[in-house]
Design a protein around this ligand. Structure first.
Ligand SMILES: CC(C)(COP(=O)(O)OP(=O)(O)OC[C@H]1O[C@@H](n2cnc3c(N)ncnc32)[C@H](O)[C@@H]1OP(=O)(O)O)[C@@H](O)C(=O)NCCC(=O)NCCS
Length: 182
């Protein structure tokens, strides 16, 4: 089941501040990814994550499995400016955030938060009760964003998992409990 709305224009910032968040006539649209987004998604993922970007074949298969929870920020001109991807498990009510990014020139405008809020709302609508993620311990921007959304380090060791992605690749695991829908 998919939460509504499937697509919405991101103009809340404009309402709040009286100024458009970005110059030009185009408003960003937050929507579910489409198959035709895959090349552009890969470009964005590589631009942001560089050597640790998802290989094309894996991104393709993540789309095949989790498309419902792969959301993108579309600038209307053929470019994607951000995405979030959540994976759900069939046998439990758990989910993992497997990817989140915003294009560098679009950061600090609330877009990362919008992506996360929308995917969390959809996960909750699907009956997910716990969302987990990993983050590089030095990634202050992401950790502050996740903390502001209620994520907390998953014990033990304040969430620190040494060599999580291989030698020297430590990660912090964070976790958020989603309240059940009434
Ligand atoms: C992490 C990321 C997605 C945040 O996106 P964003 O659109 O810039 O974030 P937002 O504008 O929604 O910020 C939300 C909150 O996050 C925190 N935050 C975001 N960027 C920050 C920064 N550079 N420094 C400090 N806090 C920051 C703040 O708490 C902010 O709230 P505030 O604006 O009220 O202070 C973005 O920096 C990014 O794409 N980074 C590279 C990829 C990455 O690290 N992804 C996460 C992997 S785990």
């Amino acid at each position: 089941m998919t939460a509504e709305p499937l697509e919405h224009a991101l103009d809340r910032h404009e309402h709040l501040t009286g100024t458009a968040p970005f110059p030009g006539p185009r408003r960003l649209v937050l929507r579910t990814a489409r198959e035709s987004d895959l090349p552009e998604l890969q470009r964005l993922d590589t631009e942001v994550f560089q050597e640790v970007a998802y290989p094309a074949f894996l991104l393709r298969q993540l789309y095949d499995v989790y498309a419902e929870h792969l959301l993108v920020l579309d600038d209307g001109g053929g470019r994607l400016r951000g995405y979030v991807l959540a994976a759900t498990t069939a046998l439990s009510r758990d989910s993992w955030i497997l990817g989140l990014c915003v294009a560098e020139d679009r950061r600090r405008h609330g877009l990362g938060r919008e992506l996360m809020l929308e995917v969390l709302a959809r996960l909750r609508h699907c009956g997910i009760e716990r969302v987990r993620l990993t983050v590089e311990p030095a990634n202050r921007a992401a950790i502050l964003l996740y903390r502001s959304l209620g994520f907390r380090p998953e014990q033990p060791d304040a969430g620190l998992r040494r060599d999580y992605f291989g030698p020297g690749e430590d990660r912090q695991v964070m976790c958020l409990a989603l309240p059940r829908l009434p």
